[in-house]
Design a protein around this ligand. Structure first.
Ligand code: IPM
Ligand code: MN
Length: 364
């Protein structure tokens, strides 16, 4: 009997359930090939969980996540109208996702921005800009900054409603994520882009101080500093200059969506959220309620998240590589889902489930 892993599966909202089905298909296909068994523990999470249990991160789901070796999570979130039916603090982002990140202190978020050369036409950028493909890693701090700082709302002395929301980091949190960035750079091209806003934000001044202190531990890594707004422009004009980028929480939220944009679809953005004891895996995109249930969503980000899990949580880099290769092979046959642009209109558009089947087929 081979290895057994317990995987908590939180399907989430919107397109979450349907792209999760494809991820499960891939896991099942890998079992016999790698003599491994994945025990899938399903838990309610997100808006759907709120309507069912009155909480978007129910206790039972917490227990199941505690028990699992790793967690796979679909996107969560409701349409603007549906969200309004839920108290602000129970809305899936604040009520489920941020508590999940906090519970396992998943401070290191890996967001690969990757398009192999033969798929560069998916990018809306001009061919000469993306020639040779796009391949860099965005590392986002995930449990600090504005997202997790103290928040206060009320009415001030002048009778005006106000909000006071803090951006907080301590030096240990900054050092932890910078070490992740340096280590990732060591495993790649040894160039680390540090994204900050030290011309305005004191948090970035401290961030850069800490960076200067730990950089000598990585003498082989060349650090390049770039201000976050300039980084947005650079990502569009010349994304190929980047290999590893490291940044605080909100910068990473915004720039990683830009990463999806230059690939041609957020559907191409899987991610790994890694803490000291546990990691969870999720697409970087939202739940796309407008297309939910139509079977047209791209499951790549969910299947790619599985590949990241195999590699980072289960020590199965070979299986992970097979999953990436399989998806690449499917795209290589001229098959896509509806989100991906094909300027020549030559590709065959498949449904979510058909795409998953093709990936399983390509796994052999
Ligand atoms: C992401 C998402 C989340 C974030 C939302 C859903 C809270 O946009 O993972 O990037 O802002 O972190
Ligand atoms: Mn985001």
């Amino acid at each position: 009997m081979g290895k057994q892993f317990k995987v908590a599966l939180l399907r989430g909202d919107g397109i979450g359930p349907e792209i999760s089905d494809e991820a499960v298909k891939v896991l099942r296909a890998l079992e016999p090939k790698h003599d491994v068994a994945f025990r899938i523990l399903e838990g309610d999470f997100g808006g759907a969980a709120y309507f069912k249990h009155g909480h978007s991160f129910p206790e039972a789901t917490k227990e199941l996540c505690d028990e699992a070796d790793a967690i796979v999570k679909g996107p969560i979130g409701l349409s603007h109208e549906e969200s309004k039916k839920i108290p602000v603090d129970e809305q899936p982002e604040r009520g489920a996702l941020l508590p999940l990140r906090r519970r396992y202190n998943t401070f290191a978020n890996f967001r690969p921005v990757y398009l192999p050369a033969e798929l560069a036409h998916f990018s809306p950028l001009k061919p000469h800009v993306v020639e040779g493909g796009i391949d860099f890693m965005m590392i986002r701090e995930l449990v600090g900054g504005l997202y997790f700082g103290t928040k206060e709302t009320g009415v001030n002395d002048q009778g005006k409603r106000y909000v006071d929301e803090h951006l907080e980091y301590d030096e240990d949190q900054i050092a932890a994520i910078l070490h992740v960035g340096f280590k990732e750079a060591m495993g790649r091209k040894k160039v680390l882009h540090n994204v900050h806003k030290s011309n305005v934000l004191k948090s970035s001044v401290l961030w850069n101080e800490v960076l200067d202190e730990i950089a000598p531990q990585y003498p082989e890594v060349t650090v390049k500093h770039i201000i976050v707004d300039a980084a947005a422009t650079a990502l569009v004009l010349n994304p190929r200059q980047f290999d590893v980028m490291v940044m605080e929480n909100m910068f990473g939220d915004i720039l990683s969506d830009l990463g999806g944009g230059i690939l041609g679809s957020l559907g191409l953005m899987p991610s790994a959220c890694v803490g000291p004891d546990k990691a969870y895996y999720e697409p970087s995109h939202g739940s796309a309620p407008d297309i939910a249930g139509k079977g047209i969503a791209n499951p790549y980000s969910m299947i790619g998240s599985i590949a990241l899990m195999l590699d980072k949580s289960f020590g199965m880099p070979e299986a992970a590589r097979q999953v990436w290769d399989a998806m690449r092979a499917v795209f290589g046959e001229g098959i896509t889902t509806a989100d991906l642009r094909d300027p020549e209109g030559k590709s065959t558009i498949l449904t979510t489930a058909e795409f998953g089947d093709k990936v399983v087929e390509a796994l052999g």
